[in-house]
Design a protein around this ligand. Structure first.
Ligand SMILES: Nc1ncnc2c1ncn2[C@@H]1O[C@H](COP(=O)(O)OP(=O)(O)OP(=O)(O)O)[C@@H](O)[C@H]1O
Length: 238
């Protein structure tokens, strides 16, 4: 596993003896709705080992995206803990969680989430610039080459196809070589061939770098390529 910047260690609340990449303990999410309270996740528990590939599957509305958002610390739970690479993320404040995400996490969204006013190269450079890395441009250029976009470096997102945008998003998520990679339906808006290329790339990068990969998918053939699948039904693991 790669080193993380010294500054990030100061915010990491290490849990003694923890070796799992991800530990989810009694995780629940309740929200207020018109009829009172809605429970989206019910006491979910599971563990993911380093370098494992895990698919999260389940019907639409079962709670998959909510779970992934909690794993990434993008949302807060009603009960329970998420321990990422030894750090209890909800014991940290918002700044601490942001530092931990920056140091350890890559996230690929279905909707790409590229910044419209930055070109492909600048989008991929951004996470390294936020970390104060000196060779951001060289690394971003190399990573965009790795995803087959050497001829698109200066293109803004609106001039890229959906598949190209998704590959930029993947390059941005992987360029810092995060030990944890989360993807929420990364091929959801792509045609079959482009989706296959993106998935192949994710697994290749996972194998090369030994990063832990957790992906939400509706596609049984993608889930079958993961080492393990967990299924959520109405907010519970089944
Ligand atoms: N903040 C919220 N307030 C109210 N309801 C919410 C909120 N967030 C999610 N939900 C509801 O919780 C349920 C689970 O949503 P979630 O997006 O996690 O499902 P999902 O399994 O990812 O669905 P899909 O496969 O369609 O993307 C849905 O019924 C959704 O409408």
């Amino acid at each position: 596993m790669r080193d993380i910047p010294e500054a990030s260690h100061s915010v990491v609340n290490n849990v003694a003896g923890s070796t799992a990449a991800i530990e989810v303990i009694n995780l629940s999410k309740r929200v207020a709705d018109a009829s009172g309270e809605l429970t989206i996740l019910h006491s979910v528990d599971f563990t993911v080992q380093p370098a494992e590939t895990l698919a999260i599957v389940g019907a639409s509305g079962s709670g998959k995206s909510t779970l992934l958002g909690l794993l990434a610390g993008l949302d807060t739970p009603s009960t329970g803990k998420v321990i990422l690479d030894g750090s209890d993320i909800f014991a940290l404040d918002e700044d601490g969680r942001a530092s931990l995400r920056k140091a350890k996490l890559g996230f690929v969204f279905q909707s790409f989430q590229l910044l419209a006013h930055l070109n492909a190269l600048e989008n991929v450079m951004l996470p390294m610039e936020l970390r104060g890395e000196a060779d951001a441009k060289e690394k971003a250029t190399a990573m965009l080459g790795r995803v087959g976009l050497s001829s698109r470096l200066k293109h803004y997102p609106k001039y890229l196809s959906g598949g190209e945008q998704q590959r930029v998003a993947l390059a941005r998520a992987f360029v810092t070589e995060p030990p944890l990679l989360f993807a929420d339906e990364p091929t959801g808006s792509l045609d079959a061939a482009t989706g296959e290329a993106v998935i192949q790339l994710m697994f290749e990068l996972n194998r090369e770098r030994g990063s832990t990969l957790v992906l939400v998918t509706h596609d049984p053939s993608i889930a079958a390529r993961c080492g393990r699948t967990i299924t959520i039904a109405a907010g519970r693991l089944v």
